[in-house]
Design a protein around this ligand. Structure first.
Ligand code: PRX
Length: 634
């Protein structure tokens, strides 16, 4: 372990020297002066004064050596479309998109909201923003109109880029009515909406400000737009994520630090070399998509595979066939996808030639042991669990095989990555825990390059949310429980807050509660995460109905339960839909009125909640128990 230990120690003891070296991985139009500005903790500014551009580093820089290499391979099993773009072709498409955006008034510092399915234009639009110095905010295509409206009001975009429709599991999902509803709900008036017409559904946007992309693209076919050279700490993007409150936080990322950190991660963790092919099965709407479908593989000169579809259509062998056909070297997905694939006919996997594949990476949720064992044996290749968050942008924990091929330990994503000074701390005292003791996973100041710079438009929230929750210490809280062993390996033991993880998607239970509370029949509601064999966790809602409805007959209550679940679909999107809505006449609370969510979750998982000395009315627990039982009998 000595090589890893030396590396890691150097990155913590002297971050300036360590990251000065790493910064050579990218192109700087103007060299930086100070490596790290620590004048305003907990804020950290990396590579101060340096000027660079993410699009230049991802695309232009490679044209000299790899213009004819594929940069992007796009496969949609929803539409049957497959397209390949060399670096030269990608350069052309990004310039066209940037020219179109510019013709609509987009300039450096403006926000462009991207609400697109998994189509190449999503990647073009992100990189076109980077080229123009505009800030992209990609909103996951599965989010519903009110969710989108909240992000429009927070990000105040100068332009929204959308499509006529997305497609999932053979079903077309119209986007334009959602955008239309979001625009009418939002207070902010977005001047233009750019429409990518896939011809899957008629565009039904009533807004007069709709602009079709294709005719403009033709008009700007041969235009070259120069890269804006941004100061390293200018924002590159905002990506919203859920937390304890109902209001999502805009995670703001910089330019230079992000490029350097991703480039370093490609060597130290992913071992991706120029010319390799990487398939990250995620969505551009999530942080894994931002970092490992779009930016990191391109910055490092790889070919990135972008996939629209599910892992089991047309059959459970599709991903393995993609590996064979495109000679994929690195694959990255979430454990949920593997739990789905595990149920498929093993012959489908055996039929494919997987010899090109070197490593499989998994992140986003805990990797359970049976799944880890199954896939390791089935593939007979390294399976690397890695742990991180939207906030950090790249792995905090992994096996840094590019530094040293440390052994994996089942149940642990590995050891802290370079630059991360990670400590497990006692929740009550803030003191470091001994090896083997459970505590909160925290990071010391400064966060390494690539991590969030602040909460968009709200520096105070950055400090009060992330840097103020551990007693007596100004450290960054991950809001995850963990335990570290004597060798430094960390095991993640779930969230400390009200965030749940459904099929690798991060959801705030408060957001789901707020959606349910908007229904007239709901008096009170508690949403908890409950263990699920495939999705890791699912949301379960416990609802107290208002007066008359509370006495309704069982069939009326069942109808209402479905209606409530649909309300969540409409507000947030179907990924947030509770797996079960359970009616109760009261919710267990403490004497000071705080909901006892952990007790409710324990009962829902068939466990006893243990000691609850401050419960207001123990009958409420009994109610929950009985209501759960009723459901089981149905
Ligand atoms: O609770 C941790 C869990 O997912 C959260 C972050 O989710 P998100 O912001 O969507 O970013 C995902 C980036 C991969 C974390 O706070 N989590 C993420 N990776 C793991 C994990 N839990 C256990 N093991 C992991 N490898």
């Amino acid at each position: 372990m000595t090589r890893y230990r030396d590396f890691h120690r150097r990155s913590i003891d002297n971050p300036e020297a360590f990251w000065r070296e790493e910064a050579r991985r990218i192109h700087w139009h103007t060299p930086f002066g100070t490596v790290l500005d620590r004048s305003k903790p907990p804020f950290a500014r990396w590579f101060v004064g340096g000027r660079t551009n993410l699009c230049h580093n991802a695309v232009d820089r490679h044209l000299a050596e790899r213009a004819q290499q594929n940069a992007l391979v796009y496969v949609s099993t929803e539409t049957g479309i497959e397209r390949h773009y060399t670096y030269a072709e990608l350069y052309g498409e990004i310039n066209r998109m940037a020219a179109v955006m510019r013709s609509l008034g987009v300039k450096r510092g403006d926000v462009v909201l991207i609400y697109l399915p998994m189509i190449p234009e999503a990647l073009f639009a992100m990189l076109a923003c980077a080229r123009l110095g505009a800030i992209h905010s990609v909103v996951f295509g599965g989010f519903a109109a009110p969710n989108l409206a909240a992000r429009i009001d927070d990000a105040k975009p100068a332009l929204i880029v959308t499509a006529d429709a997305g497609a999932r599991a053979g079903k077309v999902v119209d986007y334009t009515p959602l955008v239309d509803e979001a625009l009418s709900r939002a207070k902010h008036k977005t001047p233009h909406v750019l429409l990518i017409d896939r011809q899957l559904a008629p565009a039904r946007l009533t807004a007069p400000y709709l602009v079709a992309y294709e005719p403009l693209r033709e008009q700007f076919f041969d235009v070259h737009i120069p890269c804006e050279w941004l100061e390293s700490n200018e924002p590159s993007y905002v990506l919203y994520t859920s937390g304890t409150t109902g209001k999502p936080k805009g995670v703001q990322r910089d330019v230079g630090g992000y490029a350097v950190a991703l480039a370093a991660s490609m060597e130290y963790i992913f071992e991706g070399k120029p010319g390799d092919t990487m398939f990250t099965a995620s969505d551009v709407g999530w942080v894994v998509g931002h970092s490992y479908i779009v930016y990191a593989p391109l910055i490092a000169g790889l070919t990135t595979v972008m996939y629209e579809g599910t892992p089991i259509r047309p059959d459970g062998g599709i991903w393995w066939r993609l590996v064979e056909q495109h000679k994929i070297n690195l694959m990255f997905t979430a454990p949920t996808a593997l739990r789905v694939l595990k149920k498929q006919d093993p012959a489908l996997m055996k039929a494919a030639d997987l010899s090109s594949l070197r490593t499989l990476f998994l992140a986003g949720e805990p990797l359970d042991q049976p799944t880890a064992e199954w896939i390791t044996n089935a593939l007979n290749k390294p399976v690397i669990d890695n742990y991180w968050q939207t906030e950090t942008g790249w792995p905090m924990l992994a096996i840094p095989r590019g530094i040293e091929a440390l052994p994996t330990k089942l149940g642990s994503p590995g050891v802290p990555s370079v630059g991360y000074s990670l400590t497990v701390r006692d929740e009550l005292t803030g003191e470091p825990c001994a090896a083997g003791e459970k505590g909160v996973l925290t990071l010391d100041y400064p966060l390494p390059p690539g991590c969030m710079s602040t909460v968009w438009g709200d520096d105070k929230r950055f400090v009060s949310t992330y840097w103020s929750s551990v007693p007596n210490q100004q450290v960054y809280s991950t809001f995850d429980w963990g335990v570290q062993d004597e060798d430094g390996y960390v095991t993640i033991l779930g969230r400390t807050d009200d965030v749940i993880n459904v099929a690798g998607h991060r959801l705030g239970t408060r957001e789901i509660e707020e959606a349910l509370s908007s229904h007239a029949a709901v008096a009170e509601v508690a949403v908890v995460g409950v263990t699920d064999p495939v999705k890791g966790q699912v949301a379960m809602a416990f609802v107290v109905l208002r007066g008359a409805q509370a006495d309704g007959d069982p069939s009326e209550r069942a109808r209402l339960a479905t209606e409530l679940a649909t309300t969540v679909d409409r507000h947030l999107g179907s990924i947030a839909r509770p797996a079960r809505v359970v009616m109760v006449s009261m919710l267990p609370k403490t004497r000071s009125g705080k909901l006892l969510r952990r007790a409710i979750a324990a009962l829902a998982e068939g466990r006893e909640p243990g000691d609850l000395p401050t419960i207001e009315d123990p009958a409420a627990l009994q109610q929950v128990r009985e209501a759960l039982g009723d459901g089981a009998k149905k």
